[in-house]
Structures are given as structure tokens and as C-alpha cells.
Design a protein. Structure first.
Length: 315
């Protein structure tokens, strides 16, 4: 993925022509629209050790805060900002041994590249900078791609909208584009161009396989973030309507069951359900049972049986 191509000439120039100077950590505020809210303990602790011993080696990218004078919004570098927090030990609930490993002084200021960007430009730059990282989990990757889609399609949402709400609304639009391509040629062209630059997958594949991750309940979402189960395993679990089956699949997934093994469990459960339903229906389809039904109910049952017969004949 070519960062400059994705940024475009105008944004690339802005991002390279900012002012570099140190800012106090207390002047910096993470952007509220940043989708990344999960920071693993071990990598954050390792970064904190590095910062205390060697300082911050890469500039944070910030912009003047839209509403708080004298403060700056972090566009890229929130991990460095968090790792330099004097209260990090308490926030991460570090053991005495881990706390002892944090030798050196906490920097009171951080090197920052200050740029003047609009909301849309800031979101786009943040997404591109973060997608360059190799350690993004699947949820974060899907989140930053969502920001780029929002920018490419020029979609406007309330700042208070949750990530799940954004994913649901964008997903509704993307499914509509896919189902009605002739009516959405401009949007499809923009999406195709964006995902060609991003590489690895199409926007249609993203719509089916990645975007639904952002709508998972917290229990499954956090398991995917922590690498405890694959994204498609979490989606398979989420699609099940039987609470007992969902719980069983969750336990098995956390124990290390593969997607193939979970699928086999679902097939087995569905097979047992189908056999039970089929046996029950068969026992109720005798002539005498049907004759006991009220005429209106008997007509409805016969129509359903005809539909079932047609479906089975086409199987």
C-alpha cells in the first residue's frame, strides 16, 4: 500500500509541511473518533520501557484541538501517548516485578508534528498511518478501513455515533450498492479505487467478512482483539440463535477449537434439531389429525405442505 497514493498530493503535502516541536503530554487529547481503544498490555509495557530509557523516537502527529485552545488532538501516536503516562502502572495493574522494570524518567513532553487538518483529513491520515502497522488486530484493521470508506463516500455521522452504529449504517449502504450496482456506479467506483490501493481484498469481501466484526457483542469482540479466537469463528457463534449452542461454541473456541471444528458442531446440532422437528411434524400429519383441524387451519397447513414439497423437489 503506497501511503502517498492514498493520502493524495494535497494531504501528503500538509502532512509533510507541519511544524515539529515538543508538547506537554497534558496538552494532548486522543481524538474521540479514533476507533482503536484496545491496547494490549505486553506491547504497551515494552513501549513504555523503551520510552523511559531512550525517549520517544518517532513524532506523534497532532492538530490544534477544534474546541480546546492550547490543546492538540492526537491523529497518530496514541500508543506513545499512553505509554508515556506516569500512571501507566496503575492503569495496567502491573505486578511489582513489572513496575520495577519501568526504569528511568517519564518524559513530560513528546515530540509532535503539528498539522492543520479538517476532520475528514485527520480521519484519513490517522487510518492510513495506522494501517501501515503490522500488529493491528482484525478489529482495528476493519475499523480503520471503515474510516477510509467514510471519507471516500463523504459520509457524515454524529461524533457521538458508536463504532457499531457506524458499521451498521455503512454496512447497510454497502449491501445496497452491491445489490443495485447500476444505481450506485459513482460510489462503487470510489470504493473499488480505494480497495485497489489498500490491496489484499475487495470492498465486497470487506463488507462480508470484516465489517460484521465491528457489530459483534463485547464478549466476542474482545476475544477476537485478544487473539483468543478467529474473526470468522466469532461471527459463526454470533449467528446462532440457540443460547446454549452459542455458549458451547464460545467455550470450545476459547479452548482452541478451529473454525472447521465449530462448523461441525453447528452442523451436528442443526441435524439433531431437523431430525427432531421432522419427526414431530411427521407424527402430526396423519389423515385423522388433519381432519380434526378447523377448515381454515387445514387449508393453511396444506398450502405449507405444498410449499415444502416444492422446496424438497428442488433440493
Amino acid at each position: 500500500m503506497a501511503r502517498e497514493d492514498l493520502l493524495g498530493d494535497g494531504l501528503a503535502n500538509l502532512a509533510s509541511q507541519g511544524t515539529i516541536r515538543p508538547l506537554k503530554r497534558t496538552q494532548l487529547i486522543p481524538a474521540p473518533w479514533q476507533p482503536r481503544r484496545h491496547f494490549e498490555k505486553a506491547p504497551l509495557l515494552a513501549l513504555a520501557r523503551s520510552i523511559r530509557s531512550e525517549g520517544v523516537r518517532q513524532n506523534l502527529i497532532v492538530r490544534p484541538h477544534p474546541s480546546q485552545k492550547g490543546h492538540y488532538e492526537v491523529i497518530a501516536g496514541e500508543r506513545r501517548w499512553r505509554a508515556s503516562d506516569p500512571q501507566l502502572a496503575e492503569q495496567l495493574n502491573l505486578t511489582p516485578e513489572e513496575q520495577a522494570s519501568l526504569r528511568g524518567d517519564v518524559p513530560s513532553s513528546l515530540p509532535c508534528l503539528i498539522v492543520n487538518l479538517s476532520d475528514s483529513e485527520a480521519r484519513r491520515l490517522s487510518a492510513i498511518e495506522n494501517l501501515q502497522r503490522e500488529n493491528l488486530d482484525p478489529v482495528d484493521e476493519a475499523s480503520y478501513r471503515l474510516l477510509l470508506i467514510q471519507d471516500a463516500l463523504e459520509l457524515k455521522f454524529k461524533n457521538s455515533a458508536s463504532l457499531s452504529e457506524l458499521a451498521r449504517e455503512v454496512g447497510r449502504r454497502l449491501h445496497s450498492y452491491r445489490n443495485n450496482p447500476d444505481q450506485n456506479q459513482l460510489e462503487i467506483s470510489r470504493l473499488t479505487s480505494l480497495f485497489e490501493q489498500l490491496g489484499t481484498q475487495s470492498w465486497e469481501s470487506y463488507t462480508t467478512n470484516q465489517l460484521p466484526l465491528l457489530q459483534l457483542p463485547d464478549e466476542l469482540l474482545n476475544a477476537v482483539r485478544d487473539g483468543l479466537m478467529a474473526g470468522r469463528s466469532a461471527l459463526l457463534i454470533h449467528r446462532q440463535s440457540d443460547p446454549k449452542l452459542r455458549q458451547n461454541l464460545t467455550v470450545r473456541a476459547l479452548e482452541g477449537a478451529s473454525f472447521k471444528e465449530l462448523t461441525a458442531l453447528v452442523d451436528q446440532q442443526q441435524g439433531e434439531t431437523w431430525r427432531s422437528v421432522a419427526a414431530d411434524v411427521k407424527s402430526r400429519l396423519g389423515v385423522r389429525q388433519l381432519e380434526r383441524l378447523e377448515p381454515a387451519r387445514r387449508i393453511r397447513v396444506l398450502k405449507l405442505l405444498e410449499k415444502l414439497q416444492q422446496e424438497l423437489q428442488g433440493a
